[in-house]
Design a protein around this ligand. Structure first.
Ligand SMILES: C[S@@+](CC[C@H](N)C(=O)[O-])C[C@H]1O[C@@H](n2cnc3c(N)ncnc32)[C@H](O)[C@@H]1O
Length: 242
């Protein structure tokens, strides 16, 4: 890939905004979508509100019953089925899921409640804002599964995997902590490798510029299944903080 990724808020963006008389807002990696809540989702919000944590938070570790367990943060968990399964499979870790899609937050709360999970918390927030507010070196793993690929060139600046956003992730990871991403969009997979190989504090655990074999401990996500139906492949990348 030859094009350098665009930055979160470049001078060019600012100049364009000023020309167009727009305010200087940060570039978001998501679009808020709404849809009516199912009965289960309404129940999830009502009965499992103890699993939903309001922003802002000072330290993500302290929102759990056992704050000393290693912390995994999932950014953009969608409907949350993968996150709930992973939390169930790994009681020796804490899991914080951050999403902005309300039906997904509600569904995740409902499913976690039904499964009786206690090592999972959910936030309705921009993950970048949450990460910016918590202590450096406090997160053991960050996972980003099937992020919006933002396929049009003018939208590349919204891709979550970008140098400035990865600098924030690196800052929050523990030494030896992981950043794990997966996508079904090959150009974004190659983009991820290009961006991540430039981050000096990260090391690809499968070797320079290599994709990871699909881990059997990562349950399939809704978007992964959708990609499969469309005939897409799947690419995982796992980088370690060194
Ligand atoms: C394409 S969906 C994938 C959902 C899920 N991971 C899956 O594989 O089924 C990407 C999700 O990421 C969420 N998202 C994107 N940027 C985010 C951010 N900065 N903070 C929180 N959620 C974000 C979006 O709301 C969307 O639901």
């Amino acid at each position: 890939m030859t094009d350098a990724p665009e930055t979160v808020q470049t001078n060019d963006d600012n100049i364009e905004n000023i020309k167009e008389n727009k305010s200087l807002r940060p570039i978001l990696t998501f679009m808020r979508r709404t849809s009516p809540l199912s009965n289960a989702q309404k129940q999830g919000l009502a009965d499992c509100s103890h699993l939903i944590v309001k922003a802002p938070i000072q330290d993500a570790r302290t929102i759990f019953d056992h704050p000393n367990l290693p912390l995994t943060i999932e950014i953009g968990f969608g409907m949350g089925s993968t996150l709930v399964q992973m939390a169930k499979d790994a009681p020796e870790r804490n899991f914080l899921g951050i999403e902005v899609h309300i039906p997904g937050i509600a569904q995740c709360a409902y499913d976690a409640g039904q499964a009786g999970i206690t090592n999972l918390r959910i936030m309705d927030a921009d993950a970048l804002e949450v990460l910016a507010g918590i202590p450096d070196g406090s997160v053991d793993r960050v996972q980003l599964y099937f992020p919006d690929p933002w396929q049009k060139k003018r939208h590349f600046k919204r891709r979550f995997v970008a140098p400035e956003r990865m600098a924030l992730i690196v800052q929050k990871l523990t030494q030896g902590g992981w950043f794990h991403a997966a996508t079904d969009w090959q150009p974004y997979a190659e983009w991820m490798i290009d961006v991540l190989e430039q981050v000096t504090e990260l090391e690809n655990i499968y070797g320079k510029s290599q994709f990871a074999p699909r881990p059997d401990w990562r349950p399939k996500t809704k978007f992964e299944r959708r990609g499969e139906v469309a005939g897409h492949g799947v690419w995982d990348v796992i980088y370690k903080r060194v």
